[in-house]
Ligand binder design. Structure first.
Ligand SMILES: Cc1cc2nc3c(=O)[nH]c(=O)nc-3n(C[C@H](O)[C@H](O)[C@H](O)COP(=O)(O)OP(=O)(O)OC[C@H]3O[C@@H](n4cnc5c(N)ncnc54)[C@H](O)[C@@H]3O)c2cc1C
Length: 411
């Protein structure tokens, strides 16, 4: 079975990897280079313990209006508001306890296989940089610490992982680079982190070594249908014959799904990062600054900080003011001398739908077109388990985990 996988990010590559592992012939089609999209400059956390949907109970129109402030961690660009309004109203409809619990349980279901799948990739010989040092979350004020702790405990209860409360002294013992005043901390010891570009490079190399076709610099522009089936993927470099298709083009998956007759309300949740090579000081483990919602990650020879969720449409425009604000906060909270001036700046588009759950399964409009997207802030965490589950569904009719909550039919 020849399966065209559209998109060479962490989700498309993981899907192609598991399709190949189960005996299919994946053909990866990527408009730029493998791993060059959102999968490139992200924080790389593999974090089942803090995996939850974004809509939370208590989000009011008033708190949505705070998101129009340029320094808000979740920012809505005012000029994008008219086109985003229907999406935001749907997002708001999920801000309740029932949907939050349902979403946490669904994501935890996939995450039950996350570490097993990561271990499997490593055992198969896929090469990537991986660390098992947990994640430290720190807070200056008790309200934010209590709210985060409540959410983390909901997730850890559903995912059978655990977290530990830390005293101020324990916070500084774990991370001496923090500026004074972080009186509250949580440590989630089971979480890991990977260097995301090493993961996409490793998956790409494994696919090529196994004989899979990989087409880079090749944009998918349409499909050739025969009745309810897609027979050909039309690209900027000609047509590729296929038996089935997986759409895994990140934030661009919505427009591809429309070409295959199905609407998915997908937008981009933009995030920014700064990567400093050979930093003067290095963190002991990934660090989450709870108040500002900024994540910092130590990799071999580099340090990255990242954050913000900006809704401003599907484009990679970089908002200089938001990068400046990210740098200012990190320099104020952590002893990183290069925070205010150094490093490489990056913007990425997280694929995100209103309930912020992944979208996985067959499109109702075609008999052989599947989708794997919408992994919001969790694409690196969920990639191997999502790729494995979708490949299982496609080739064996058994995803190995309940995918009902992720069905494209819900839109
Ligand atoms: C600042 C930031 C920090 C993050 N931190 C984390 C984290 O710590 N942990 C975590 O789990 N997740 C994190 N994420 C989220 C994670 O990066 C994403 O969920 C994930 O990368 C999405 O992967 P993807 O493969 O769906 O999309 P992408 O990586 O964007 O891949 C999609 C690919 O499809 C290609 N494409 C698009 N259109 C076409 C077309 N027509 N034809 C062919 N190819 C096409 C694109 O070029 C792209 O390469 C973070 C994101 C950001 C922005």
């Amino acid at each position: 079975m020849r399966v065209g996988v559209v998109g060479g990010g962490v989700i498309g590559l993981s899907t192609a990897y598991y399709l190949k592992r189960l005996g299919a012939d994946p053909v990866v089609v990527e408009s730029a280079a493998l791993g060059a999209g959102c999968s490139f400059g992200n924080a790389g956390w593999v974090c089942p313990s803090i995996s939850s949907p974004l809509p939370a109970p208590g989000l009011t129109l008033k708190s949505l209006s705070w998101m129009l402030r340029p320094d808000s961690p979740l920012y809505i660009r005012p000029t994008a508001l008219p086109s985003l309004a229907p999406w935001l109203l749907r997002f708001r409809s999920f801000c309740n306890h029932t949907d939050q619990k349902r979403g946490i349980a669904a994501i935890a279901g996939l995450n039950r296989f996350t570490m097993e799948r990561y271990d499997e990739l490593a055992a198969d010989g896929v090469e990537f940089e991986c660390h098992e040092s947990g994640v430290l979350m720190v807070f200056r004020d008790s309200d934010k610490a209590a709210a985060a702790e409540k959410e983390v405990k909901l997730v850890t209860a559903a995912s059978a992982t655990s977290c530990t409360d830390l005293t101020e002294a324990e916070v500084y013992e774990r991370e001496p680079m923090l500026r004074p005043g972080f009186r509250f901390g949580l440590f989630v010891g089971g979480d890991r982190h990977v260097r995301p570009d090493s993961l996409t490079a490793g998956l790409g190399a494994a696919l090529r070594a196994g004989g899979a076709e990989v087409h880079e610099d090749t944009r998918v522009t349409g499909f050739r249908d025969e009745g309810r089936r897609v027979r050909g993927i039309v690209t900027t470099k000609g047509e590729l014959e296929v038996d089935a298709v997986v759409l895994a083009a990140g934030a661009h998956t919505g427009s591809l799904a429309r070409m295959a007759g199905w609407a998915i309300p997908l937008t981009a949740g933009k995030g920014y990062s700064v990567t400093i090579d050979e930093p003067r000081n290095q963190l002991r483990q990934p660090l989450f600054l709870g108040g500002a919602k900024i994540g910092l990650t130590p990799f071999e020879g580099t340090l990255r900080f990242s954050g913000t969720m900006e809704l401003s449409g599907i484009n990679r425009r970089m908002d200089v003011a938001r990068i400046r604000s990210l740098r200012r906060i990190v320099g104020r909270e952590v002893d990183i001398p290069e925070a205010s001036y150094g490093g490489r700046e990056w913007v990425g588009m997280r694929p995100i739908v209103p309930d912020t759950l992944p979208v996985m399964g067959k499109l109702p409009s075609r008999d052989n077109v599947y989708v794997n997207t919408g992994h919001q802030m969790l694409g690196v965490t969920l990639a191997p388990s999502s790729g494995w589950a979708l490949a299982g569904l496609m080739l064996e009719g058994k995803p190995g985990v309940g995918l009902g909550a992720f069905s494209p039919e819900r839109f």
